[in-house]
Design a protein around this ligand. Structure first.
Ligand code: ADP
Ligand code: MG
Ligand code: ZN
Length: 479
């Protein structure tokens, strides 16, 4: 039978703050295990949590950026469970009164991850709430390690409505949500550091049927690609079972990305009863409508608005603006450099092709780029003024990455400035003519195509430094 897939996503992002959610320990990734801890985040009895105002403001900002209704009254609840990643045996979360509800996010139109066309679509956001992350467990052959550095890191959970109908839509929703978290400076969403994690709820129903099918939850996927693959896999797996008349039961599954298949973790019968109740240690959080309005006014520019502005201000194509604004850090880099660079369009081209290539070849994130936007702008100016040509410019950029010097110093040190002196270029032209008598003959016999070849030869003689325009002119004259 033909089935329609129904997908809802639960996405956790670690909020970027100085300190943890309920104590003053640093919120920092990568430290030695259990060095960023205190009695509060280690769950000692009798300690008092103190909420992190910055995390709460960022939660509200996430809600405002996704068109949510912001609660004027909300509270924290205890979610009871017993597991070594949470020694106090409950996680502080939000149950019935989250900070944000009834939001939405639009995805598309455009090409989806699989290459198919995707129309524009609004995906509902059920709620966004704040909770604390738990300790990280690492399982070894005979023992497990517990790292409480992660315990108490503010964690923002965004729950979507079951509105998505394809793996592509889920992928696009995640991309959009990540964009918002980054643009709002809510989370860095570095998936390799576990800052963004995703649970996928998925069910099938026969086309035309109103009632949803039984949902299967896939836990803790850590890349968008894995989400896409897992959904495609589940569609086939569940359809096969339904076709055989198997009655599905709610269950939680994991995803093995190496094997490319999902596996059973637990069934509904083993599901927890979390016994939520209001945390008596924490006061409810209230906002007045005026305060919420002020936060709305202070929202940062959204990616779509920034794309439009870049097209207008710098004469970029939609495509250029799209590539540059995909990553907020890259868009910031572009705008800082554009302040000093002579030509926005040229700059956009260079950032998209050369800068991104150098970065990916070295495995560096834009945020860690050793070439400052100011230095990059200088390079653009030097190319614009014909001090060097584009080809040499690429080499200079390579040296800037390696040697961390200014482009003009590199050009001076390595003697890379363009040769525009007619006498000097003439010498290169003579050299090339002498070395390529056959091609010269062909040109003179009326084959204009070999001119490009000869220009190339002159450039080679000059080791790329001759002004290509001048070379062309002189060659034609001499031939
Ligand atoms: P639970 O109580 O099991 O956590 P929720 O109703 O809170 O379930 O929904 C959790 C997530 O599952 C939400 O993102 C929601 O959109 C999604 N969801 C709910 N029902 C279905 C379904 N039948 N198929 C797919 N996703 C679903
Ligand atoms: Mg749930
Ligand atoms: Zn602490």
């Amino acid at each position: 039978m033909q089935y329609e897939v129904v997908i809802g996503l639960e996405v956790h992002v670690q909020v970027r703050t100085e300190s943890k959610m309920f104590c003053s320990c640093p919120n920092r990734f990568g430290a030695e295990p259990n060095t960023l801890v205190c009695p509060v985040c280690m769950g000692y009895p009798g300690v008092l949590p103190v909420p992190n105002g910055e995390a709460i403001h960022k939660a509200v900002r996430a809600g405002l950026m996704t068109d949510c209704r912001i609660a004027t009254f909300s509270k924290f609840d205890r979610k009871s469970y017993f597991y070594p990643d949470m020694p106090k045996n409950y996680q502080i979360s939000q149950y019935d009164l989250p900070f944000c509800e009834h939001g939405k996010l639009s995805v598309g139109p455009g090409k989806g991850f699989s290459g198919n066309d995707m129309p524009e679509k609004i995906i509902g956001i059920t709620r966004i709430h704040l909770e604390e992350d738990v300790a990280k467990l690492t399982h070894h052959a005979k023992a497990s390690g517990v790292d409480y550095n992660r315990a108490g890191v503010p964690l923002l959970e965004t729950v979507s409505e079951p509105d998505m109908r394809s793996a592509d839509e889920a992928y696009a929703y995640l991309t959009k949500l990540k964009e918002i978290m980054q643009y709002g400076e809510i989370s860095d969403c570095d998936m390799e550091k576990g800052q963004m994690r995703c649970d996928v709820n998925i069910s099938l129903r026969p086309f035309g049927q109103e009632k949803f099918g039984t949902k299967i939850e896939l836990k803790n996927l850590n890349s968008f690609r894995a989400v896409h693959r897992a959904i495609e896999f589940e569609i086939v797996r569940q359809a096969e079972l339904l076709d055989r008349g198997v009655v599905l039961h709610q269950e939680t599954r994991g995803w093995n990305d190496d094997a490319g298949e999902s596996y059973l973790m637990r069934t509904k019968e083993e599901a927890h009863d979390y016994r939520y109740f209001p945390d008596p240690d924490l006061m409810p959080v209230t906002f007045t409508e005026t305060e919420i309005e002020a936060m709305r006014q202070a929202l940062p520019e959204l990616p779509a608005a920034r794309r439009d502005r870049l097209v207008r201000e710098f004469n970029l194509t939609e495509y250029d603006a799209e590539v540059l604004t995909k990553d907020k850090v890259l868009a910031d880099y572009f705008e800082t450099a554009a302040g000093d660079a002579p030509d926005g369009k040229l700059l956009a081209n260079w950032i998209q092709s050369e800068l991104l290539r150098e970065l990916s070849a070295r495995g560096i994130a834009v945020a860690e780029c050793p070439v400052s936007p100011e230095a990059f702008a200088q390079l653009m100016t030097l190319i614009g003024k014909n001090v060097i040509n584009g080809k040499i410019g690429k080499d200079v950029l390579g040296f800037m990455f390696e040697e961390k010097k200014s482009p003009s110093d590199i050009i001076k040190e390595k003697n890379l400035a363009q040769v525009t002196d007619t006498g000097a270029v003439e010498a290169f032209v003579d050299q090339a003519i002498a070395a390529n008598p056959a091609q010269v003959e062909q040109y003179r016999a009326g084959n204009p195509k070999v001119l490009q070849y000869l220009i190339g030869q002159v450039m080679k003689c000059s080791r790329g430094k001759a002004n290509p325009q001048l070379v062309g002119e002189l060659l034609k004259k001499k031939l």
